[in-house]
Design a protein around this ligand. Structure first.
Ligand SMILES: [Zn+2]
Length: 484
């Protein structure tokens, strides 16, 4: 049985269409596939027609970079210091959150953050997962226990997931192992075994895929980086994601160890290609950007997190000019609103240059977006992310999985929106609050803004938060009593 979803307006390849519907083949019970976009009056009597008055339908949003557990300390690492020093920094908070979560907590936290993603219109997440060991730093019986936990959590809320299993082998160049990273470390051999087992387990599974994620050139020495990339290419050409040049200090450390900055180093060894996604990619030289462009790699920008962490401004105009695909990620989960992330790509440049319309001047050339900035940024939020994860979807094309969402044109953020320039209005004025329906592989997982499991998921999340807060309060007490 097929269904035709007929919204008031559809955003197709960045342009508004009316009087058309999205035809979805629901014959496979699990997998819903797009048959095409057709005129509302041109379907056979067997097709169920679902009218969606007052809705804008667009492709599902892809979150190409997430660390789910970091949701736990959102809004709690914003001050400079507690007790007058810089101890209470974001990184230390992250280590403490990482040390805190038991597998069952991880499940509850991940479900909450994935629920929030679905409510924001996200249909697929790239979970860059680097917690592998138990709280004492020992291997679990199943080395993929926590990766599996993330996968189960995503599927339980109806989200597609690409589990980017991260390798993390050291604290950094000439640095002793860091106690806060005890749950991250594996041996390279062990890492590849676990990654292989996970990829094998999910090969051909609906809604779940696996990728390799050598954390960064800081945490993964060059030799191990080469092994992982080579392995990923040999084993089904898995996507490879890694953090790169997020901070200036990382470039300096790489220069000290290898005599080159990270992108130049990896590009020079032939480690970048069309399956590579570089997370952040902020502090690159023009020459390095050209190397990325030449390799076909994607850059995943995480603007909300990057400004939260004070990383720097991603020069999106250079990427656009050189035709480097740019995807988006929520990274630290400081906030989850892909519309906001998309417009920040432009807004940060405006603040930097005290000028408007910066990307619009270059996207028509480099990104081949003849429909301008709105359409180009929408691509970053959708098809670019899908492609970075190696997942089929994000464009509403025939043959893709039916991942899409609707926005309420009556929502105050969008009230009065018109067809002309709709993509721009959606990106620059849209908000996750306007998301009403979310369909993943043809299945409706959010209807009229409501998720059927929301109450239960929130209850479990609150219980973990209560326990986390109690542990943190004891910790702060210990600090103020003179211990540190
Ligand atoms: Zn990250």
């Amino acid at each position: 049985m097929s269904t035709l979803y007929v919204p008031e307006l559809m955003l197709l390849e960045g342009l508004a269409r009316s009087g058309v519907g999205l035809l979805v083949d629901g014959r496979g019970l699990v997998e819903g596939v797009i048959e095409g976009v057709v005129g509302a009056g041109s379907v056979s009597a067997e097709v169920t027609i679902e009218r969606m008055p007052g809705r804008i339908l667009l492709p599902g949003l892809a979150n190409a970079h997430s660390h789910g557990f970091q949701r736990l300390f959102r809004g709690r690492a914003e001050g400079r210091a507690v007790g007058g020093d810089t101890f209470w920094t974001w990184r230390e908070q992250m280590y403490r959150a990482a040390a805190f979560v038991r597998p069952e907590d991880m499940y509850d936290v991940a479900r909450a953050v994935y629920l929030e993603m679905v409510q924001a219109g996200i249909t697929v997440v790239g979970e860059f997962h680097y917690l592998h060991r138990d709280q004492d730093g020992r291997a679990y019986l199943d080395g993929n226990l926590l990766s599996e936990t993330m996968i189960r959590a995503a599927r339980s809320v109806g989200l597609r997931i690409c589990l980017l299993r991260s390798g993390y082998f050291r604290a950094g160049f000439e640095r002793a192992p860091h106690a806060g990273q005890a749950r991250f470390y594996e041996q390279p051999e062990e890492y590849l075994e676990n990654l292989g087992a996970l990829a094998e387990r999910y090969r051909g599974t609906d809604g779940v895929s696996v990728g390799a994620a050598p954390h960064s050139i800081r945490a993964v020495p060059l030799e191990a980086m080469e092994r992982i990339v080579g392995w990923a290419r040999e084993h089904g050409d898995l996507p490879v994601h890694l953090h790169i040049s997020e901070q200036v200090g990382e470039n300096a450390a790489c220069l000290a160890e290898y005599g080159q900055t990270p992108v130049a180093l990896l590009a020079g060894r032939g480690l970048l290609d069309g399956r590579t996604t570089l997370i952040h990619g902020i502090h690159l030289s023009e020459g390095e950007f050209a190397q990325v462009a030449g390799s076909g790699a994607t850059i995943c920008s995480c603007p909300t997190t990057e400004r939260n962490l004070g990383d720097g401004i991603f020069p999106a105009e250079i990427a656009a000019r050189l035709g480097i695909p740019v995807a988006l990620g929520t990274d630290s989960q400081a906030q989850i609103d892909p519309f906001d992330d998309a417009r920040e790509l432009e807004y940060h440049l405006r603040l930097r240059d005290q000028q408007r319309g910066i990307l619009d001047g270059v996207v028509r050339e480099g990104w081949k977006s003849r429909d301008g900035i709105g359409a180009a940024l929408l691509q970053s939020a959708t098809s670019r992310g899908y492609a970075a994860l190696g997942v089929n979807g994000g464009s509403l094309r025939a043959g893709e999985a039916a991942d899409f969402l609707t926005l309420d044109v009556e929502d105050m953020a969008l009230l009065g929106a018109e067809s002309e320039g709709l993509a721009e209005q959606v990106i620059f004025a849209g908000s996750r609050a306007a998301v009403r329906e979310v369909f993943v592989q043809g299945k409706c997982v959010l209807r009229d803004g409501e998720h059927p499991k929301a109450v239960e998921i929130k209850m479990h999340y609150r219980a973990v938060q209560d326990r986390y807060q109690a542990v943190q309060a004891r910790y702060r007490g210990a600090i103020s009593n003179g211990g540190k």
